[in-house]
Ligand binder design. Structure first.
Ligand code: NAD
Length: 290
């Protein structure tokens, strides 16, 4: 297939490289003019999209996605596919999809989980919104860049799945960290706390698979001085998107709202930027009730 790939950053570069090494013809564009193994560089986004069967975008946010869509949709013929793998707000995903559909172009929102490691290893999970024909056309590429793709329904539903998942993740991480900090103050050692909770009704992915306490449970960023992993500022981005969506859909999400506010303080005023999102544990450890 001929693929245009726009946005060759931490995630996009290894994803594009994997498509090229699987034998696809990939033309890439990034405003930073980076070079990626096996990917022919284009001078503009429109040139990367010209002649492509599928264009993949991996960009920082919805505003940039809308600008790039304005630039590339006029050169994309009917029947081609625009697959956005960025994490963006649901409203932007749906607006771009509408614009694409008006031009006869299939549009998918296909945000990922798995991070930079998953992008490099080709083991991402794609959560996909958009119509079935576009999904079927892109599926062979999802299978190269990832290990799983789930078609979640019409446009915007991929982003909806991503932010709902990450809202649960942010809330659960905070709950796990504050419970460890409370256990410390009650004199309960962390290994006992882990042994009980990880096999009791308080278990969760954050406790069992990504334990925020160093030296406890399977290896996690806590064992590497809280180097990300999944950076606190990326968690904050996703929590903000979840709250934008909640406002737009008039949904009551008090826990998500509080999680956003705690990560905001952590990232913006407490040196959380650049640390893994599980570094909430040392944050709570050093605090008292007032
Ligand atoms: P990044 O900042 O490393 O990459 C974004 C790239 O887009 C940059 O190279 C930038 O130069 C380029 N860019 C910006 N504006 C552009 C434009 N108009 N045209 C072309 N290129 C442009 O970010 P990333 O970590 O690769 O993340 C990309 C997306 O994936 C984000 O939406 C992020 O939320 C999501 N995501 C990231 C992770 C992660 O762990 N990094 C995990 C899951 C999802």
């Amino acid at each position: 297939m001929k693929i245009g790939f726009i946005g060759l950053g931490n995630m996009g570069a290894p994803m594009a490289a994997n498509l090229a090494s699987a034998g696809h013809t990939v033309t890439g564009f990034d405003t930073a003019h980076v070079s990626v193994d096996g990917v022919s560089p284009a001078q503009t986004a429109a040139l990367a999209a010209t002649g492509a069967d599928i264009v993949i975008t991996m960009l920082p946010n919805g505003e940039i996605l809308r600008r790039v869509a304005d630039e590339i949709l006029p050169v994309m013929p009917a029947g081609t596919v625009l697959t956005d793998c960025s994490t963006v707000d649901v409203d932007s995903a749906r607006a771009v999809a509408e614009q694409a559909q008006a031009a006869g172009v299939f549009a998918l929102d296909a945000p990922v989980s798995g991070g930079v490691g998953g992008a490099a290893a080709g083991t991402l999970t794609f959560m996909v919104g958009g119509d079935t024909e576009g999904y079927e056309k892109t599926k062979p590429l999802f299978d190269i860049m990832g290990q799983k793709s789930v078609h979640c329904g019409p446009s915007g539903n991929g982003q909806a799945a991503k932010i709902c998942n990450n809202m649960i993740l942010g809330v659960t991480m905070i709950a796990t960290c504050e419970a460890f900090a409370l256990a410390d103050k009650l004199g309960l050692d962390r290994q006992s706390m882990f042994d009980v909770v990880s096999t009791s009704s308080g278990y969760s992915w954050t406790m069992n698979a990504y334990c925020p306490a160093p030296g406890i449970g399977p290896k996690s960023p806590a064992d590497n001085d809280y180097k990300p992993g999944f950076a606190a500022e990326l968690m904050l981005k996703d929590l903000r998107l979840s709250q934008m969506a909640a406002i737009s859909a008039n949904a009551d999400t008090p826990m998500g709202q509080l999680a956003q506010s705690l990560y905001e303080t952590f990232v913006e005023t407490e040196n959380g930027r650049g640390q893994d999102f599980s570094a909430m544990l040392p944050r709570f450890e050093h605090r008292s009730r007032s």
